[in-house]
Design a protein around this ligand. Structure first.
Ligand SMILES: *Cc1c(COP(=O)(O)O)cnc(C)c1O
Length: 383
């Protein structure tokens, strides 16, 4: 117990203790907290699909028809035709032979990586990769090499020095990075992957529904669909629902159904969640104007902040403003909160020391007027 006390006191004294803040409502780019409504810049519901009437109808209808729960894991009786239908859709959407649905992005990364890699293998992973990827690698027992963020050059150096010491090697990156909002040079990494005989896995959690001609993701946009063995993403962000997918070969799917423990030992996602996922993929195809407007607004927002002299990162709908010091970041966030903008500070250890930031996540429901107002507010606070 002393350890817990000590931990809490230390975090508190450094201003790093995290607390949960309950919202009473969250919809269409707004969030209500403590009886007040804010413009919500923290949500990953990028396309504002979570309140789309078609998605809600699809979920409701599936709940009425199949019940609220799935009752068992996929390998027992939890497996409905609905799940298979969604996996077929994922395969078509992503342009691969097979799709496999996982219960969350976290569970997908844990299950896939630990099933594929073992003690005699190596994983080469971007330094800014999501915690679920790192946890998957840790669980696998494979040797981890982290290459500098978006640096194929450093990756090549690590491969040169280490690849031949290991039986199998897997290269992992995100396509759109969650904390920096920038985009991986997938083509360069694919070249290295081929040259050094590795498998490759890409996490499209923040790209799904947003990038590419059909909205399937950044892998589509960069034209490397056929070069990447494991294309993973989630239904929980741009697609407005919950759960995750993997697009891969039929053999890979069969292997993972038999080996990925987070897939095998967890109850299947509820029918309503699966039906909403299916409808979301249809909507991404049917309403491309959602992603078009989102990306136009993102460019506008990023450029406007840059013109005001702020340090802005990224090239996506995630727009971090680096404010460097923890105190200042907290203060700006607090002032924006007073003015009706919900944008939380991202502090170490989530990001490296000295890189504290305010992270704006834009979504389809945000208006130009709201963007102009927050640009105005942050400019006044920082000048
Ligand atoms: C959010 C996220 C996950 C986890 O997905 P969940 O469905 O929320 O569990 C995995 N990878 C990345 C890059 C993410 O941003």
């Amino acid at each position: 117990m002393e350890r817990i006390e000590g931990f809490l006191q230390e975090r508190e004294s450094k201003g790093l203790l995290r607390r949960l803040r309950p919202a009473s409502k969250r919809a269409n780019g707004k969030i209500a907290v403590n009886g007040r409504e804010f413009v919500d810049f923290c949500s990953n519901d990028y396309l504002s699909l979570s309140f789309h009437p078609d998605l809600i109808d699809a979920g409701n209808q599936a709940a009425r028809e199949y019940g609220t729960g799935s009752a068992a894991s996929r390998l027992l009786s939890g497996n409905l035709q609905l799940h298979h239908g969604l996996e077929r859709q994922v395969a078509d959407f992503k342009g691969r032979q097979a799709g496999l649905v996982f219960n969350s992005g976290y569970q997908a990364n844990l299950g896939i990586i630990s099933a594929l890699c073992g003690k005699s293998d190596a994983v080469f992973c971007d330094k800014l990769a999501h915690a679920s990827i790192l946890d998957g690698i840790r669980l696998s027992g494979a040797k981890l090499f982290r290459f500098r963020h978006n640096s194929p050059k450093h990756l090549q150096k690590l491969l040169d020095n280490n690849r031949d010491k290991f039986e199998n090697a897997l290269i992992i990156t995100e396509s759109v990075f969650s904390m920096d909002g920038d985009i991986a040079p997938l083509r360069d990494i694919v070249e290295l992957k081929a040259a050094y005989d590795c498998l490759m896995m890409v996490d499209e959690a923040h790209a799904t529904g947003i990038f590419g001609n059909t909205g399937s993701g950044e892998v589509e946009r960069q034209g490397v669909t056929d070069d990447i063995e494991l294309i993973m993403g989630t239904f929980s962000k741009g697609l407005g629902g919950f759960g995750a997918y993997l697009a891969c070969s039929g053999k890979m799917k069969e292997f993972l159904v038999n080996t990925a423990r987070s897939f095998i030992y967890s109850t299947a996602l509820p029918p309503s969640v699966i039906a909403a996922g299916s409808e979301a993929i249809r909507l991404v195809k049917r309403e491309p104007e959602r992603r078009t407007k989102l990306l136009e607004n993102s460019d506008y927002f990023r450029q406007s902040l840059q013109e005001k002299g702020l340090s802005v990162l990224g090239s996506s709908q995630i727009i971090p403003v680096v404010t460097a010091n923890i105190e200042l970041t907290r203060r700006i966030s607090g002032r924006l909160y007073e003015k009706g903008f919900y944008v939380l500070p991202i502090l170490p250890p989530t990001v490296p020391r000295g890189q504290a930031r305010l992270r704006f996540s834009l979504n389809y429901a945000h208006t130009k007027k709201q963007l102009d107002e927050v640009i105005d507010a942050i400019t006044k606070i920082t000048h």
